[in-house]
Design a protein around this ligand. Structure first.
Ligand SMILES: Nc1ncnc2c1ncn2[C@@H]1O[C@H](COP(=O)(O)OP(=O)(O)OP(=O)(O)O)[C@@H](O)[C@H]1O
Length: 229
């Protein structure tokens, strides 16, 4: 399975925000999109989800064209999304939060075992209220809810945002554990984390991809300069 965008353009009205964005995210690989504030990363995610206008380009999931489909239909075809700020339901239990992810895709029944294998802490805290979990645990819950219906691609918008450095590694481990099941596309500003977990990186500046490759193959000087300006 592979996900790709080809020559994707996006606009909020006047002026193009994204220009000619080509991305590819196959199963088995953690693909990261990096760039500093305002580079166009969130807009790229929204374009993929169908939340901003995309006058040109192609968005393909497993060879199927999605660009003309509404957002809910793209989700149904297998795009799982964890937005920035992990919106879980604080008053519902961990179990209820996860089950909502199944219901959203019209699935019913039990939480599959792979969820508890991937997120052992959630198994332990199944009956706790979501709001009583730590920030890192809430992030795990938000990811579990997005993957319980087994999407073809999981898209994460800044999964390390607001999470303590000591917990970030745990989030990295969880995400890495999912990549054999689905493609994973992460938008991040925290470069250290990206260089540790990414198999492949795209670097964005002014709404374009300016560089891509495996982390070790990227021009490190150019990368640092792009991120720190
Ligand atoms: N709703 C909007 N209407 C008009 N322009 C917008 C809108 N949202 C973002 N932009 C512009 O689009 C460009 C890209 O923004 P975007 O949020 O995609 O960047 P980003 O790389 O995700 O940054 P951040 O890390 O701050 O989220 C910026 O120049 C921004 O000003």
């Amino acid at each position: 399975m592979t996900f790709k965008t080809e020559s994707l353009y996006a606009t909020y009205g006047e002026g193009m925000v994204l220009r000619h964005v080509d991305l590819e995210a196959p199963t088995g690989r953690i693909t990261c999109l990096v760039g500093r504030n305002g580079a166009g990363k969130t807009t790229t995610m929204k374009a993929i989800m169908g939340l901003v206008k995309t006058p040109e380009g192609s968005i393909q999931l497993d060879g199927e064209e999605l660009i003309h489909l509404p957002a809910y239909e793209r989700a149904r075809r297998g795009i799982g999304y964890v937005p920035q700020g992990r919106e879980i339901f604080p008053q519902l239990t961990v179990e209820e939060n996860i089950l909502l992810g199944l219901e959203a895709k019209k699935g019913k029944g039990e939480i599959p075992d792979f969820i508890f294998e991937t997120f052992p802490i959630l198994k332990e805290f199944l009956q706790r209220k979501g709001g009583d979990l730590s920030g890192g645990q809430q992030q795990q819950l938000a990811i579990a809810r997005a993957v319980v219906s087994e999407p073809k691609i999981l898209i994460l918008d800044e999964p390390t945002e607001g999470i303590q450095p000591s917990i970030i590694q745990e989030i990295g481990r969880v995400i890495t554990g999912l990549k054999s099941r689905m493609a994973v596309l992460i938008v991040e500003q925290y470069l250290e984390f990206v260089l540790e977990i990414a198999d492949y990186c795209y670097v964005m500046e002014n709404g374009r991809i300016i560089m891509d490759g495996a982390p070790a193959d990227l021009d490190q000087e150019k990368l640092q300069a792009t991120m720190s300006l």
